[in-house]
Write a protein that binds this ligand. Structure first.
Ligand code: NAD
Length: 378
């Protein structure tokens, strides 16, 4: 079968779904690969590198969509792209079926088979190698710290220089999931004093192992909502948490917020009052901007200065490190393709008996199969 990789069309999206190294590996599995001319330009993978890896370079989007048996994408397709998808074709990429019911209907009408990488059952240890949410969150957490450092007017690490003693920056990270932990490791690596908080007590040891200090909320309530994710906390907890965050906002120079609750708006953790209390020149990076923001003053997609504090609400942090994120993402898709093609003969078998494959198959030959039944108990 032919795997096709079109250029991403979402505004400012720099990633590409397959890099040249992965083209070679897909060909070893028996597939042919075609890449739209320029698809890798924004992430620094030239057409020639794809050619050298054995891909065909195809000039236009309509050609690549028409020729491909399987399309690899990063972002969910636009209506124009869905129109280009071949009747009965296969599409693999981010889809977010809960947020995109209209897209799901359009894809089903194409009799397509659609594998949504965002719907992978992440709790299966076998699925980790395919987990693009984790790899993209890791890149984003790193980039959030780099953005903060870029907007901040001082060093992160403490120094004693002939021109004076410089104290280390203090960084507070709200939410220590995949992105938060990546941010903790990056900020600690730059030499800052790092503190972090999460409603799930189980992450405290991970925070410490990455060089951070876990700051507890003075209120007994466990925050796990199942599957490693958070739940909405009680009013009492939220009040106690606000008091602690208010104190951290006053003391810290950088606040990076990553808190999310599946299926709910992002919890509001940083109020306008807290922003006002921060030192001039402080920086907030709100990684939850797209889900409504953890900070009251965030403007999604923008960097703004309010009360002397730079508030960064970029929603494309992974795309801002496009070479790295494209490499990791295309490795995740390669691992998925290996699972779909155990016979290594360039043909895929979407096996609905396999828990991992069942979970991410959201449309099978035109039939909507999302949401999946709960995974079988071992
Ligand atoms: P996420 O992006 O949904 O949430 C980010 C973090 O915000 C979470 O740690 C959450 O607890 C925290 N949070 C939510 N509300 C908060 C609040 N009010 N205050 C402070 N923090 C709050 O989560 P994620 O990073 O995608 O992953 C969450 C969990 O899933 C992690 O434990 C991760 O290790 C786990 N995970 C497991 C697997 C696996 O088992 N294979 C794979 C990937 C992720």
């Amino acid at each position: 079968l032919l795997i096709g990789v079109p250029t991403e069309t979402a505004p400012a999206e720099k990633r590409v779904a397959t890099v040249p190294d992965v083209v070679e590996k897909l060909r070893k599995l028996g597939f042919s690969v075609a890449v739209q001319s320029g698809a890798g330009d924004a992430s620094n993978f030239a057409d020639d590198a794809y050619r050298a890896a054995g891909a065909d370079i195809v000039e236009t989007a309509s050609d690549i969509w028409a020729r491909s048996d399987i399309v690899f994408k990063v972002r969910a397709p636009s209506p124009d792209e869905v129109a280009l998808l071949r009747q009965g074709g296969t599409l693999i990429g981010f889809i977010w079926p809960a947020q995109n019911p209209e897209l799901m209907k359009q894809l089903a009408a194409k009799m397509a088979t659609v594998l949504a990488i965002d719907s992978l059952p992440r709790q299966l240890s076998r699925a980790q190698k395919m987990d693009a949410l984790t790899s993209m969150a890791g890149v984003s957490g790193y980039r959030a710290v780099i953005e903060a450092a870029n907007a901040f007017g001082r060093y992160f690490n403490g120094q004693i220089t002939a021109a004076g003693k410089i104290p280390p920056a203090k960084v507070f990270i709200a939410g220590a999931g995949v992105a938060g932990l990546a941010a903790i490791g990056t900020a600690a690596g730059l030499g800052a004093i790092v503190r972090a908080n999460d409603t799930r007590a189980e992450v405290a040891d991970q925070v410490v192992s990455l060089g951070g200090e876990f700051v507890k909320v003075d209120y007994e309530e466990e925050g796990s909502g199942g599957g490693g994710y958070a739940k909405v906390m009680s009013e009492g907890f939220q009040a106690a948490q606000r008091a602690m965050y208010a104190q951290q906002a006053k003391e810290c120079d950088i606040v990076i917020t990553t808190a999310l609750i599946p299926g709910k708006p992002a919890p509001r953790l940083i109020t306008a009052e807290m922003v006002k209390s921060m030192k001039p020149g402080s920086v907030i990076v709100d990684m939850a901007a797209e889900q409504g923001g953890n900070c009251e003053l965030t403007e999604p997609g923008q960097s703004v200065v309010k009360h002397g504090v730079t508030i960064i609400g970029y929603t494309d942090l992974a795309s801002r490190l496009a070479k790295q994120s494209s490499t990791l993402y295309s490795n995740n898709l390669l691992r998925l393709t290996e699972e779909l093609c155990k016979t290594k003969d360039g043909v895929i078998d979407v096996n609905m008996e396999d828990d991992a494959i069942r979970g991410l198959t959201v449309i099978k030959e035109g039939a909507i199969t999302w949401p999946p039944p709960p995974p079988k108990l071992p």
